[in-house]
Design a protein around this ligand. Structure first.
Ligand SMILES: Nc1ncnc2c1ncn2[C@@H]1O[C@H](COP(=O)(O)OP(=O)(O)OP(=O)(O)O)[C@@H](O)[C@H]1O
Ligand SMILES: [Mg+2]
Length: 489
């Protein structure tokens, strides 16, 4: 063999080997390029090393990073455009002794003589096209810039390119994965319903499946888990999607009013019934009616509802005419209906009719892995949309008695509290009292009710414990004890 190898000194081959090895563990482009510049400066005695990215379209080089061996070199490094162009054109290493690269020097002869610029530059390729140019420049040690070092870089260039290519490929794959993941989280199986935990995926598949049928669906789940959202999703994914949808709250509405709301009434049936009026069942003909808190339905209305489900028939209040209706019924409850049946408060036959398919919405504490996506979702249109790592971790550890609604509320408050562009741990306030006392007092434990009233009284007296104790007619000592137990100091 003669040619290139003859001209390459033995130590260059050794260098080639060690340099190639040192590239293997670099994981980012910055790491790799930094390492290359440092090693090549050491190797060639260059004073300046630089990396230029190359734009194929405009055929121009842009300086990305510079490394100077002597930090005291006063002169701004200058770069030869013609060398850069030459490397890009030929795709090989270029050695140049360039005196014309910088106007400041070319004007003074003596300076020129002392400052003949020696340049070694070689290309980095990505998939066979020029990605960038590594550029080494020396005035002092220019004697080391020889044809042999050019040959060396010609050999080294494809090795460095390969290392770069690997990094760029990995970054590309990682970005694609990230995009796919974001897309998956933002485009869940059920539109508008965030959550890709196994429990949520299972539920979403169930929703899609059941939506296409005409079956009645009973949706169960704790407060704020997303039962309303599920009902609306079932309607939107159903063949009735273009027909009307209505959510009627059942809990604590007086039976007569609810009766008239649902079934309509005849003029004069009760005071204020000034004319005949169709109810929701008639208005919703062809559509979907969501009955929320079905456990609160009165015995009479349970019977009337059963009739709708069995015969698709209704009678307006005070009327004897039977009317046919075609309404799909979805119902929700956060009570255990079987318990109500046992206590004789809910008809078993109605339960079976409603419960053709049951969808259980999992509580948030059982799917903490959904929390980051939910946080993103709730913050995306807020003025503060970032959250610190610690704050997110806290959200993922919390027990969420109020489920997704509580998360939404805590984030809303945090956005207001946030001093900077990011929600911090301190901006989160978890109140271990009832979130919505009016709605949930009925289900609260005695301990929760006690907590709630003590907290409220403390607030009213601005945290003054003596006044609070006096107003609650308990001793200051027992209030203090309670406060320290609950961590309210
Ligand atoms: N998976 C989810 N993705 C996005 N938002 C959700 C999700 N689950 C719930 N939400 C939001 O959380 C809030 C509470 O949900 P929803 O009203 O459906 O709960 P609920 O179970 O009906 O509560 P309640 O028992 O109090 O009636 C709503 O603003 C809803 O949009
Ligand atoms: Mg609801």
């Amino acid at each position: 063999m003669n040619g290139i190898f003859d001209q390459i000194e033995q130590h260059h081959l050794e260098l080639l080997r060690s340099l190639s090895q040192s590239l293997a563990d670099k994981t980012t482009e910055t790491d790799l390029l930094g390492h290359l510049l440092r090693e090549l400066i050491k190797l060639t005695g260059a004073e300046v090393g630089a990396f230029f990215s190359w734009d194929q379209e405009t055929q121009s080089a842009t300086l990305q990073s510079v490394l100077q061996s002597h930090s005291n070199s006063a002169a701004e490094p200058s770069f030869s455009q013609s060398v850069l162009n030459q490397v890009a054109e030929t795709g090989t290493a270029v050695l140049s002794f360039d005196t014309n690269s910088d106007d400041r020097y070319s004007k003074q002869r003596s300076v020129i003589l002392n400052n003949i610029q020696a340049i070694l530059a070689f290309p980095l390729l990505n998939r066979q096209s020029i990605y960038g140019i590594l550029y080494l420049d020396s005035r002092v040690q220019r004697g080391q810039f020889t044809e042999a070092s050019r040959q060396f870089l010609t050999l080294f260039s494809p090795i460095a390119s390969l290392a770069l290519e690997q990094i760029l490929d990995r970054v590309k794959i990682e970005n694609e994965n990230r995009l796919l993941r974001a897309e998956r989280d933002e485009n869940p199986i059920v539109p508008g319903m965030i959550g890709s935990s196994p429990a949520m995926k299972k539920m979403q598949k169930m929703i899609v499946k059941v939506a296409r049928t005409e079956a009645s669906v009973l949706i169960t789940g704790e407060n704020g888990t997303g039962k309303d959202l599920v009902a609306r999703a079932i309607h939107q994914l159903s063949l009735r999607a273009d027909m009307p949808y209505f959510a009627q709250y059942i809990g604590s509405i007086p039976p007569t009013i609810l009766d008239s709301e649902l079934f309509g009434h005849m003029k004069g049936t009760f005071t204020g019934a000034l004319q005949d009026r169709p109810g929701l069942f008639e208005a919703m003909d062809g559509g979907t009616l969501f009955l929320d808190e079905i456990g609160d339905l009165s015995p009479e209305l349970q019977t009337k509802l059963l009739r709708v489900l069995q015969n698709k028939e209704i009678k307006r209040l005070g009327e004897n005419t039977i009317r046919k209706v075609d309404v799909r019924i979805l119902a929700a409850t956060n009570h255990d209906l079987t318990e109500l049946i046992r206590d004789g408060k809910f008809r078993q036959d109605l339960y079976y009719r409603l419960n053709v398919v049951k969808i259980q919405v999992p509580p948030l504490r059982e799917r903490a892995e959904d929390i980051p996506a939910l946080v993103n979702h709730f913050l995306k249109d807020e003025p503060v949309s970032a959250i610190s790592r610690q704050a997110l971790r806290r959200l993922m550890q919390y027990s969420w008695p109020g489920n997704v609604r509580e998360l939404e509320n805590i984030l809303k408050r945090a956005v207001i509290m946030a001093a900077n562009q990011q929600i911090e741990l301190d901006d989160l306030s978890f109140e271990n009292v009832l979130q919505n006392p009016a709605a949930s007092l009925a289900e609260a434990t005695l301990e929760e009710i006690k907590q709630y009233f003590i907290r409220e009284r403390l607030d009213r007296f601005n945290g003054n414990k003596s006044q609070t104790a006096r107003s609650l007619d308990i001793s200051l000592r027992s209030l203090q004890q309670k406060c320290s137990e609950e961590g309210w100091t």
